[in-house]
Design a protein around this ligand. Structure first.
Ligand code: PLP
Length: 356
């Protein structure tokens, strides 16, 4: 059966007459702008903040299209990739009727998004080696399955998922396959953004929040066939990316070299930190990571988590997640922060295990 986006989109979104903003209706270069009820006198800040932003972020998309070697029409921008996740649910999943498949342990927002939108969740946990259980996923698919959510490299396990497995799912599933690549820049894996031409049902998520160091700007990217992006544009709020974010993103996107240097530095520190932590007594496992964090298994992990807090160090206790008992997720910090972490961990291990 051939993939047909018209069979996936919610019928009310297919027929929706989307809001048409003032900036949609007039896109020329007039001098007298009396069409959007903005404050024509200006603002307490730089003058142009009195104007609404470009609703379709044309300049940012053109720059991204060049960097990613795709077309601007294949890009949707969200207020963080979390907004892209939400828009995907609201565009393609019918509340109370459709279902999605997730592969835990994974990024929790897929589950939260499904729950907010009253979409049933089917779960195909990752195998003990944190790879996809493709056979289980195939078993779970039914006529109402709209999206399979795949996170690669995966949060919180840190590993990249087998590309052949993802391709198998893309080839066999007639709904959308979302590949969340929030951490792809820290990995040697090839991005699926370059495979859009091969898979009409592929949706790739990336973000400026991780490798680009711009979590505070809130800019998430969604790459997919133009027909998918068109529907998402109908659903989004008209001005979802503010002027400041668009301007600063454009400036930052000129700095690919600087970002690549940061990525290399973070990866070097990740490798060094993994080695040091793995050599500490009682540490059971430091899982291989293709990200800017490490998942560390250690007895009494929750106790260690609380101890680190007393030393002013916050990590993420992931012990309650499937297959993650006694596991902490630790973001790679600066050299100094990593040293502080290691010292505190060593201290705690001494205090906790030395008296038998
Ligand atoms: C896998 C994954 N996807 C998406 C996000 C959200 O990114 P953004 O800051 O772009 O909303 C995160 C944030 O931690 C993440 O780990």
């Amino acid at each position: 059966m051939k993939f047909d986006i018209k069979k996936i989109v919610r019928p009310n979104i297919e027929t929706l007459k989307a809001y048409s903003s003032a900036k949609d209706e007039y896109t020329g270069e007039a001098n007298v702008l009396l069409d959007a009820n903005e404050n024509s006198l200006g603002s307490p800040l730089t003058k142009w903040y009195n104007r609404y932003p470009d609703p379709y972020q044309k300049k940012v998309k053109e720059k991204l299209a060049f960097i990613k070697q795709i077309k601007a029409e294949q890009i949707f921008l969200g207020n963080g990739s979390d907004e892209c996740i939400d828009i995907l649910f609201r565009t393609f999943c019918e509340p109370g009727k459709d279902n999605i498949i997730i592969c835990p342990p994974t990024y929790p927002m897929y589950e939260v998004g499904a729950n907010i939108n009253n979409i049933a969740i089917k779960s195909a946990p990752l195998l003990p080696n944190f790879q996809l259980n493709v056979a289980h996923i195939e078993q779970l698919v039914d006529a109402q399955t709209k999206i399979i959510w795949i996170c690669s490299p995966n949060n919180p396990t840190g590993n990249s998922l087998d590309r052949i497995d993802i391709e198998t799912i893309l080839n066999h599933f007639n709904g959308l396959v979302v590949v969340d690549e929030a951490y792809i820049n820290f990995s040697k894996q090839k991005s699926f953004a370059q495979s859009l031409i091969d898979y009409p049902n592929l949706v790739v998520l990336q973000t400026l929040s991780k490798a680009w160091g711009l979590a505070g700007l809130r800019l998430g990217m969604c790459f997919a066939d133009a027909s998918i992006i068109k529907y998402m544009n109908k659903v989004k709020a008209p001005y979802n990316i503010n002027i400041v974010t668009q301007e600063l993103a454009l400036t930052a996107l000129e700095e690919v070299g600087q970002v690549n240097d940061m990525i290399q530095h973070l990866v070097d520190m990740r490798i060094a930190l993994a080695e040091v932590i793995a050599s500490m007594p009682h540490v059971e496992e430091v899982y291989p990571s293709d990200t800017n964090f490490l998942l560390v298994k250690i007895p009494k992990a929750t106790q260690l988590y609380h101890y680190l807090l007393t030393r002013g160090i916050v990590v993420r206790d992931r012990s309650s997640l499937e297959n993650c008992s006694d596991s902490l997720r630790i973001t790679i910090g600066t050299e100094q922060e990593n040293t502080q972490l290691v010292d505190a961990m060593a201290n705690w291990i001494d205090l906790t295990f030395s008296n038998g």
